[in-house]
Design a binder for this molecule. Sequence first.
Ligand SMILES: Nc1nc2c(ncn2[C@@H]2O[C@H](COP(=O)(O)OP(=O)(O)O)[C@@H](O)[C@H]2O)c(=O)[nH]1
Ligand SMILES: [Mg+2]
Length: 331
Amino acid sequence: MTRHKLESLAARVLKGDVRAAARLITLIEDGSPEALAEMDVLYKHTGRAHIVGTTGAPGVGKSTLTDALIGRFRRRNITLGIIAIDPTSALTGGALLGDRIRMQRHSADPGVFIRSLATRGWTGGLARASVGTIHVMDALGKDIIMVETVGSGQAEMDVIKAADTTVMVLAPGAGDEIQAMKAGILEAADILVVNKADTEGADNLKNYLEAMLGLAERSPQTWTPPVILTDALHDRGIEKLAETLQEHRGYLLSSGEIFRHRRERARLELLTAVADSMKNMVEQIDKNDYLNKLLDDFLSGRTGFRGAYLKIIERLANRFDENRTGGKDGI
Ligand SMILES: Nc1nc2c(ncn2[C@@H]2O[C@H](COP(=O)(O)OP(=O)(O)O)[C@@H](O)[C@H]2O)c(=O)[nH]1
Ligand SMILES: [Mg+2]
């Protein structure tokens, strides 16, 4: 215990310590400034993992598919990090509990690290927590990191964009295909999965999606998203999906596309870190009183919205200046 205390969390994560990883992820979730310093050490050791985002409406079978994929990959000795972004856990705890029970059989396997993130709080927090968690799992040495989200909302779309490979999961019925078109997720998907192939309408949905994809113009060198039929419940089509994931990874590496995704993740992380600390700083000035007075002025009409905004920016700029020239209190 005492020896651990002397070692930084980052150093322990790099040695494969999962408890240190869990602790660091909590610090990231809380937006702790401590996390930033630890992450600084970890970044040099990231960029090796394949980041796979799975998205699709609740109930299409994303978690069941992930579970089946874990089984396939573990047989090849490939290690995994699983991030479940759960929109309902804060309200009901329901879906999350289901996922936990489903993946229980992997919980004793040191080759699998599972972490759930709740979507409560401001949207930037989700992006920070998920990209941060991806990096911790990457530094921990996980080969594939899968992020599951229902893909509604801007923050979730940001997370999906930050993945190397995006898998859109659909199931027959419920008019999912219409939803997918509307959300524009179809364009963002690298692989389409029609799950619940054991139920009515799966073939029709596959044909429909292939027809839709056929309408998009693509140059011959680029990746054409395949549509894969799976039955996650009975472990059918999973091998094909696992192979396609690895094929896409190969395509990303040979085309150099992988660097665009890495850049997107870094961009997202840097911007959320800046936005987070700005927000914290504003809240900390005068222990929040500054902001309260400004809100009073704004709501009573003494200050316009733009005026209030500019005052905050000016105040922050002064604060930065004080800090740089050795002002009394650091931010
Ligand atoms: N018939 C059938 N049911 C499935 C299949 N995959 C998942 N399910 C069921 O669909 C429900 C929702 O699955 P889940 O993985 O929690 O969906 P998620 O919300 O997308 O993560 C569960 O009751 C699963 O057992 C499948 O391929 N066929
Ligand atoms: Mg799920």
